[in-house]
Design a protein around this ligand. Structure first.
Ligand SMILES: CC(C)(COP(=O)(O)OP(=O)(O)OC[C@H]1O[C@@H](n2cnc3c(N)ncnc32)[C@H](O)[C@@H]1OP(=O)(O)O)[C@@H](O)C(=O)NCCC(=O)NCCS
Length: 213
């Protein structure tokens, strides 16, 4: 067993799948251990440029992604500078063209509405080309269908799909979800997770909760 969540490429000979944390340079983006990103169109190391869009430091908005997430090719996070202001009588972004219109440079953020950070929990699976909008929080264990447009928060262990994304179903019973959210296996030491992999993969929640530290 050679687990090292800080490396870039977890699979020998596979340059399309990375441990995303190793490719992050922007201090406004944080990614947990073992979260993977796969990209067969572009270099997955260019995630910050290709997938985190309209994300400008001036807004101080953050992208936070937990551990053990699976992010499919082309999933995108659309940040606040994408939201032309809807309180203005015009959606034309005059404040961005402050030189043209004699406006103050410091008021540039008035061009858009700021809905806040994007927060993704742990063990979240984000499908192919899904779009997550600014201000959205996705709970632990959620699943986002391919090409979904996620406009609202997603509860833990809920599958959502479509544009706008709507709940399809819960992944497990309320009791199992409660137990999973309590044990937070993703925070366990790697060795314990490794020992419990069979219980995780075969859905044996009680074996997981009873596993020795
Ligand atoms: C969301 C997903 C996981 C749902 O799987 P599931 O629980 O087996 O769902 P079902 O196939 O039973 O579909 C349930 C309903 O959701 C709809 N649905 C499923 N996926 C959808 C999607 N991506 N967009 C819109 N609607 C979707 C189905 O049409 C169905 O609707 P209905 O109840 O009106 O008939 C799956 O459809 C999906 O999108 N997977 C992502 C695959 C992917 O992107 N992989 C990338 C490589 S990791």
């Amino acid at each position: 067993m050679t687990m090292n969540p800080k490396k870039l490429y977890p699979r020998t000979g596979d340059r399309e799948t990375i441990y995303l944390a190793a490719a992050i340079t922007d201090p406004a983006i944080s990614v947990g251990d073992f979260t993977i990103y796969n990209d067969f169109v572009h270099d997955p190391r260019d995630f910050e440029t290709n997938n985190v869009l309209y994300h400008y430091a001036v807004n101080r908005d953050r992208l936070q992604i937990g551990k053990f997430c699976s992010i499919a090719c082309g999933a995108k996070f659309l940040f606040n500078s994408a939201n032309h202001s809807l309180s203005s009588l015009s959606t034309y972004p005059f404040p961005i063209f402050y030189e043209e219109w004699g406006l103050e440079k410091r008021d540039v953020t008035k061009a858009w509405d700021n809905k806040g950070d994007i927060t993704i929990g742990n063990d979240v699976w984000i499908g192919y080309e899904a779009i997550i909008l600014a201000g959205v929080t996705i709970g632990d264990g959620a699943v986002i269908g391919a090409r979904s447009v996620v406009t609202k928060d997603v509860a833990p262990y809920t599958i959502v799909a479509g544009a706008p994304a709507r709940p399809v179903r819960k992944r497990f019973s309320e009791e199992t979800i409660r137990k999973l959210l309590k044990i937070r296996w993703w925070d366990w030491p790697q060795e314990r997770i490794s020992r419990c992999l069979e219980a995780i993969q075969t859905g044996q929640i009680d074996r997981l909760t009873a596993s020795p530290q």
